[in-house]
Design a protein around this ligand. Sequence first.
Ligand SMILES: Cc1ncc(COP(=O)(O)O)c(C=O)c1O
Length: 478
Amino acid sequence: MDNILDKAYDIETFRKKGHALIDMMADYLSEATSDRAEIQAIPWQSPKEQLDYWQKDFRKPNLADPLDLFERVMDRSIQVHRKRYLGHQTTPTLPVTVLSAALTALLNQGMGVYEMGMVGNTLEKVLTEHLAQKLGFGRETSGFITSGGSLGNLTALLAARAAATDIWHNGYEDGQQLAVLVSEEAHYCIDRSARIMGLGAAGIIKVPVNEKFQMRTELLEQYYQQALSEGKQVVSVIGCAGSTSTGSYDDLRAIAAFSRKYNIWFHVDGAHGAPAAFSPKYRHLVAGIEEADSVVVDYHKMMMTPSLSTAVLFKSGGDAYKTFSQRAQYLWTDQNTEEWYNGGKRTFECTKAMSALNVYTISRTYGDEVFKENIERLYGLAERFADMIRANENLELAYEPQCNIVCFRFTAAEGDLSKLNLAIRKALLEEGRFYIVQTVLNGELYLRVSLMNPLSTEKELQELLLTIEENASGVLQL
Ligand SMILES: Cc1ncc(COP(=O)(O)O)c(C=O)c1O
């Protein structure tokens, strides 16, 4: 078998390497969950060092064994399964999804039309209907899965625009200014979506937040009237459940009441926090979500699924078909019919990964209980972490956390606290044992922890605070 292509498709090599890779990944997982102090969450290297390394690697002769490559990729990547990974909202994927993701890669379903994703398109319907029911939606709901919260929010907001005005077909009229009302703490993808839709800076009306970083819903009326007086047409009011920096949940009931009063599309960005609905203890945080016209939920944040996998739900199923209407005769015969099984009619993507299999595998293996447990464990751990910060006179909590995102800073020093906390976080990053991030709140820099790993415990959090204090005294001595 000399031909390179025949060699590349060799099945026995695949079988052998596959077994070895599974062993390697199992070793990684068992090390990740061990308590060894020297285990790193991030093997930090600068972009230049990384680029030099891979440019050199790329020039080398072909690999004798891909496992050598996989091992080096693992060793040089941030490791989200480490108990001291406490950074961005990326989930330590459930091991069973590593298996379903491998199968997804093998089957490589196109998904755009039914034939190219018979199982996948059907799983999307089953899963999104179930999620919608968890959120309290009625029977009219429909949904699908798309590639990420950013694209999900854009898709939902395009539907909001289509419900208000037919710009999709007609383009903008002279002087027509559309707008959305959203908390100033919303994820940047909302701003980006609005700009992509042609709303411009004037069309993104940011409503101020309160001391818990929730939208001040009592200001909605005033901001709306102001928009009207400036000749703007408000096509959507958007609630955060929760917001990215602080994990704050807007008062969705109040936003729902406002949107009802003026018949404005109510969208909820629940990318991070909507799965609170799985927990009887925390579901109050999303009260009112069932009144939304559309909701976005990232399975790949709080539902332990590999990236990317985002549910876009529409309360009124037909709305899902209004977003994109285009002729694609080679895919489907009639654009105007509502066929849930032809995925491409409702998503931005044409070809799309069958990521539904990952979520479906979790659901069928462990049921809703695993989502409930994950939320309760992580939100509960955040409450205890907040207690630790409160009890430490060198630290200050930025606000009362509502979910698994906690922002705080070291304050036992004179001078520029933002600069000091930036240096603390830089020292943490370069040392690599812990991974946390930073954010700016009210113009000041804070340290930010997202508790994403249900295997993290108070022990790691206590060690983190100790390391922060050590780093602070190291920085202050410089
Ligand atoms: C609240 C919120 N919405 C949307 C997004 C964007 O989602 P994605 O990264 O899946 O595109 C994020 C990402 O952190 C988020 O926190």
